[in-house]
Design a protein around this ligand. Structure first.
Ligand SMILES: [Zn+2]
Length: 261
């Protein structure tokens, strides 16, 4: 199994990241992609991928909820930094639109501008993108089409009404532990072909315990196991098949330098 989206640079892992990685390996994870969503997290993310080389990989971008925090020149400097380190980065993300945290129209417009800029930046440095969408399905998918984005990973994808569009465009989705409860997410797992599905946790958030019982608990990459089990149940196929295919998908999509199974 591969967790294609989590945030290992978060303070939650400050004290025991070695243990978290060890547990992941013991539980059958063959790789993890950690997502740096703000320039302030870049250094720590690079330290992590260096420490767990060829096991933890980095996705780097600017989360749309930080749109108000960053000035234009800070964004440009960050893009230069990403470019300089592009060999250590497997994807640009998370990027996208978030109308849940950002409700003002003018700031939503700024998000769209930044989103377009990031999509084209990813093309320029030949990387796939990892996309975050919250309460912005229509605008987000429209921009992806307008910008002719090809290598697209839609993280924790919830826009079930747009599944056909995703299929037609050849995009990928990752399924999160929220599948334990969320009907839309279940529908997506059901309708998307296994060949376009990957596994993720968004850890430290969205632990199965939080989702099922509403009690906060730090999530960890090992939670991809319950996601794979749930997908197997929904699709009426074996766990092993889900594991094998989602591994292949992630290795190929992100061009991970690890051997195929
Ligand atoms: Zn995330």
């Amino acid at each position: 199994m591969i967790d294609v989206h989590c945030h290992l640079e978060q303070k939650d892992y400050e004290k025991d990241l070695d243990e978290v990685i060890k547990r992941a390996k013991e539980n059958g994870l063959i790789a993890i992609i950690t997502s740096c969503a703000h320039p302030k997290d870049f250094e720590r993310t690079m330290e992590i991928v260096e420490r767990y080389k060829n096991y933890v990989f980095a996705s780097v971008g600017i989360h749309p909820e930080y749109i108000k925090e960053l000035k234009e020149n800070e964004i440009d400097n960050f893009l230069d930094l990403i470019k300089e380190n592009k060999d250590k980065i497997v994807s640009i993300g998370e990027i996208g639109l978030d109308y849940y945290w950002i409700k003002e129209k003018e700031w939503q417009e700024k998000q769209k501008e930044l989103f377009r800029k990031m999509i084209n930046f990813a093309k320029e440095i030949k990387k796939p993108i990892t996309v975050h969408i919250r309460n912005a399905c229509e605008d987000c998918l429209k921009i992806l089409e307008e910008e002719n984005a090809k290598k697209v990973h839609l993280h924790m994808f919830m826009c079930h009404k747009f599944v056909d569009k995703v299929k037609e465009n050849g995009w990928y989705v990752s399924i999160n532990p929220v599948i334990l409860r969320n009907k839309n997410h279940k529908k997506i797992a059901k309708k998307m072909p296994l060949e376009r599905i990957m596994l993720e946790t968004d850890a430290p958030w969205n632990s199965p315990k939080r989702i099922l019982e509403g009690i906060y608990e730090r999530n960890e990459p090992i939670a991809v196991k319950v996601v794979a089990e749930k997908i197997a149940e929904i699709k009426k196929i074996s766990f092993e098949e889900v594991e094998r295919q989602t591994d292949l998908n992630a290795i190929e999509f992100f061009k991970l330098p690890i051997s195929k199974l």
